[in-house]
Design a protein around this ligand. Sequence first.
Ligand code: FPP
Length: 241
Amino acid sequence: MQSTFQGINHSTFHVAVIMDGNGRWATSRGLSRSEGHKEGSKAVRRVAETAPTLDITTLTLYAFSSDNWKRPTNEVNHLMALFYEFLYAEKERCIANGIRLSVIGRRDRLSLPLRAAIKMAETATSFGQTMHLRIAIDYSARDSILRTASRLETRQEISRELFARLLAETNHSGAVDPDVDLLIRTGGERRLSDFMLWESAYAELVFSEKMWPDFDEDDLAAAVREFHQRDRRFGELSVLV
Ligand code: FPP
């Protein structure tokens, strides 16, 4: 959680979340999948508000994978509309709470109004210092890595640090982002689904049985507590031995 950037030590805590289970939450209640996504966006607000109180400095939420384009058009359109609404509705709250809001992933397949909303929210919140909230839309970790690699010159000397910087550029993250410390997946499945593959090399994984719309402040706090109990060795021997 300590990182050195431009010679300054920063204490960072990066939590990434695969928000899974909106559809099952809805269908188990006889509702449409879109209702599940709508309820899921309320959980996004709850979790984003609680995160700074748990000393989370970067929160990355997986909202739409590049493979999600394969879903029915009405579900995709509904999700895109939710993202658009979210960016406009949350801008003021983010400014008031010192939250910097960014969107990572490909932009070229998003509609022009959504791209404009992203730009507007990123510009308006760019001075936020309390936490960096990143929403992953049209995101694929493997595509990001490939697109970054394809920008390298053949004989270029490449270090992990340089690659991470280029990867952040590919993802529209701006500066280098800290590695993921804690990766949470809701909805009971135990897989990474092409999310943050480079950045999660040493992430601690926590899987929750709860469907995303039910995931609340206490669940986030419990996942963070579990993280703090883990013995992170990064390949070295434990200091506890
Ligand atoms: C996965 O659950 C969830 C998604 C593909 C969409 C995530 C979107 C939100 C949480 C709401 C909107 C977000 C923002 C940032 C406003 P699923 O639909 O695959 O659920 P299932 O596995 O139960 O079918």
